[in-house]
Design a protein around this ligand. Structure first.
Ligand SMILES: NC(=O)C1=CN([C@@H]2O[C@H](COP(=O)(O)OP(=O)(O)OC[C@H]3O[C@@H](n4cnc5c(N)ncnc54)[C@H](O)[C@@H]3O)[C@@H](O)[C@H]2O)C=CC1
Ligand SMILES: O=C([O-])CC(=O)C(=O)O
Length: 333
């Protein structure tokens, strides 16, 4: 067996609920595969220092074979040193009755500050995934305040929404979730996101069939389905009195795994990435697109036919991102 150098993975907000679900997944190989050793860097703030210490103790107690070291710190410089992957979860979650942009002023200033630490101390090819809300706009702020990190390396999480869409289709048609593919989440990780099944298929005993044909209810696809996915985060908060954690952690692993190891042939995933103007979306926004990944790089799927209904929804969520960008900048002034 060839010895593999450990990959350093930073998780910010590691003492929080997503962090608590995420770090054991990373240490078990869920994110980077069963043969890839990891060193976990965990950052949280001073009031959470004891809880963070406790998480480190539990990681040691779990005796994970792939875990080659743990850095648990409240010092952002120490946390960022040499990291190859940064999963940015640190921040404040929304509570019942709030929109995700309501946590904007608290969270964007964190991303401005941590951008410089990553820029100065992370590995030069570090891949960044922003999870904390408002995820797209936090990623945009991070990109703007870390100009030397290549824009292709800064992404945000919409894979949870993508997985939620797969889950809803699988329940509706009564098929296994892994037989559903190529849904798309366009735009913002917010209630304006557009979950689109126009190009999605289901693997059946007689080949891949369009989701729309098997659902056979256009009205459901255009109304209830979209709003269930858009509102799923709020529904979880209502039920748990806390926002999604295990599904968010799992989606973060899916996002990084596919980015690093590649998407399966013939299928794509949704990632919040830097817009190059594809599909008429303003360049420079961090917008969720369908992407394929290969050799550690993502590429936006090109050439999909966009009907009028989709166009309107894709533009509406882009408009919200433009508004969020202005709001974020005013919070930082
Ligand atoms: N993009 C997505 O799909 C999802 C995003 N989220 C977002 O993820 C974020 C974290 O959620 P939870 O883990 O549930 O929240 P949480 O409150 O349980 O944990 C957040 C942690 O971040 C820490 N923190 C605060 N400021 C920090 C800073 N400057 N540096 C490092 N750590 C800091 C807190 O001390 C806390 O331990 C929230 O913003 C939430 O809205 C949650 C679910 C899905
Ligand atoms: O809804 C929230 O505030 C947490 C989140 O982003 C999600 O569950 O999608």
């Amino acid at each position: 067996m060839v010895a593999t150098d450990p990959v350093r993975v930073l998780v910010t907000g590691a003492a929080g609920q997503i962090g608590y679900a995420l770090v054991p997944m990373i240490a078990r190989g869920v994110m980077l595969g069963p043969n890839q050793p990891v060193i976990l860097h965990m950052l949280d703030i001073e009031p959470a220092a004891d809880a963070l210490k406790g998480v480190k103790m539990e990681l040691i107690d779990a005796a994970f074979p792939l875990l080659r070291g743990v850095v648990a710190t409240t010092d952002v410089t120490e946390a960022c040193k040499g990291v190859n992957i940064a999963v940015m979860v640190g921040g404040f979650p929304r509570k019942e009755g709030m929109e995700r942009k309501d946590v904007m002023s608290k969270n964007v200033s964190i991303y401005k500050a941590q951008a410089s630490a990553l820029e100065q101390h992370a590995a030069s090819d570090c891949k960044v995934l922003v999870v904390a809300n408002p995820a797209n706009t936090n990623a945009l702020i991070l990109k703007e305040f870390a100009p030397s990190i290549p824009e292709k390396n800064i992404t945000c999480l919409t894979r949870l929404d993508h997985n939620r869409a797969l889950g809803q289709i699988s329940e509706r048609v009564n098929v296994h979730v892994s037989d559903v593919k190529n849904v798309i989440i366009w735009g913002n990780h917010s209630s304006t996101q557009y979950p689109d099944v126009n190009h999605a298929t289901i693997n059946t005993s007689s080949g891949h069939k369009p989701v729309k044909e098997l659902v056979s209810d256009d009205n459901w696809v255009k109304t209830e389905f979209i709003s269930i996915v858009q509102q799923r985060g709020a529904a979880i908060i209502k039920a748990r009195k806390l926002s999604s954690a295990l599904s968010a952690a799992s989606a973060a692993c899916d996002h990084i795994r596919d980015w690093v190891l590649g998407t399966p042939k013939g299928s794509w995933v949704s990632m919040g990435v830097y817009s190059d103007g594809s599909y008429g979306i303003q360049p420079g926004l961090i917008y969720s697109f369908p992407v394929t990944c290969e050799k550690g790089d993502w590429n936006i799927v090109q050439g999909l036919k966009i009907d009028e209904f989709s166009r309107e929804k894709m533009d509406k969520t882009a408009e919200e991102l433009i508004e969020e960008k202005t709001l974020a900048k005013s919070c930082l002034n």
